[in-house]
Write a protein that binds this ligand. Structure first.
Ligand SMILES: [Fe+2]
Length: 350
């Protein structure tokens, strides 16, 4: 273990060497300075566990030194050496954060006692700091673990939905990939991108609460059945509401809102719909149209593009449609089959 260090500050060489000898006898490292300025330089360069400083000194005096040092390290232990009967200075020093004071003329026993007491304080503070650091590390470790369990629980839920609803298989991942592509092109903040990523993965989780025969029905839905399906965003909130942030939850809850206010569940309009939900709405519809369903073939890309364009300003936020078209047109130009294009995007999600 490294030796503890004491900085002795006094303008009188006799007192300085007297102090230094005591410090050495007690087996501490020591540094010496003849005024506050010099002490400050040494302190900044080497540091010190304990400082014993005279008050009256040229250049920077003891109280000035105390003030500067405590500004750099509010926990620095400092012992002041004051003239006998100078109770005003003692008061000032203690008020400024000095740990203790010793009266001149110096008494050997008193000096030793004060140094030992000061060092006990230094060690106590070090232990406390170690304990706090350790605690922080443990909290960070536990937080990581909780996040892992949380992510596992959410994945289990997503898997449960995929087992129940064939159509969802791969759908959430593809929607998330496209939504992320749009979000990045719109230069959203890393935090917003992360929120959209989570919301995308779980946007349809509420379908767990939808009856199987309706979820997997071949053919069009009756109004009652459609009303039941429309409950899935709210069911998602009921299931994962306590687990994730409100911003993410709102994206999930409002991913079926329409730009013109005719969507569900709340009938929000325009910019009142969270941005992430408006992005997800485009990505979700695109994937729904271009994926094969049990009762119909996937729409050709060109038809699906026209459909999205046609609904800009009514169902979708037109600005987001523009960004989406940039992405999709660019991909069309690469003449890659759609699956390959999305494969590239999916890597970003995984
Ligand atoms: Fe949905």
């Amino acid at each position: 273990m490294e030796k503890e260090r004491i900085l002795v500050v006094d303008d009188e060489p006799g007192i300085r060497s007297f102090m230094s000898r005591i410090v050495q006898t007690l087996n501490y490292d020591h540094l010496e300075a003849s005024d506050g300025e010099e002490a400050l330089q040494l302190y900044m360069k080497h540091g010190a566990d304990l400082i014993i400083s005279d008050v009256r000194m040229p250049n920077l005096d003891g109280l000035g030194l105390l003030e500067q040092v405590r500004m750099m390290n509010p926990e620095q232990v400092v012992i002041m050496v004051t003239a006998f009967d100078d109770s005003d200075t003692v008061k000032k020093a203690l008020k400024a954060g000095a740990y203790d004071y010793i009266n001149k003329p110096l008494d050997l026993d008193e000096v030793i006692y004060s140094i030992k007491r000061g060092m006990e304080k230094v060690r106590f503070l070090k232990k406390l700091k170690d304990y706090q650091n350790n605690l922080e590390k443990q909290v960070a470790k536990q937080t990581k673990q909780i996040k892992k369990v949380f992510a596992g629980a959410l994945s289990a839920l997503a898997n449960a939905l995929e087992a129940k609803d064939v159509y969802t298989q791969g759908h959430s991942k593809r929607v998330t990939a496209l939504a992320l592509e749009i979000a990045r092109k719109m230069h959203l903040s890393p935090m917003q991108v992360e929120q959209i990523k989570l919301a995308g993965m779980f946007h349809d989780i509420g379908k767990i609460g939808i009856k199987d025969n309706i979820l997997n029905k071949n053919g069009s839905l009756t109004p009652e059945e459609f009303a039941h399906i429309k409950k899935h965003p709210q069911i998602a909130v009921d299931i994962i509401g306590d687990l994730i942030d409100k911003e993410i939850l709102d994206i999930v809850l409002y991913h079926h809102e329409r730009y013109d206010g005719g969507g569900y569940p709340a009938g929000l309009k325009g910019e009142n719909i969270p941005l992430g939900a408006r992005i997800l709405a485009v990505a979700d519809s695109w994937d729904a149209m271009t994926s094969e369903r049990p009762y119909r073939e996937a729409l050709p890309t060109a038809v699906a593009i026209e459909e999205i364009k046609k609904n800009a300003g009514t169902q979708f936020d037109p600005q987001i449609v523009d960004v989406f078209l940039d992405i999709i047109t660019y991909e069309k130009d690469t003449r890659q089959p759609k699956d390959q294009v999305f494969h590239g995007m999916l890597e970003a999600v995984n």
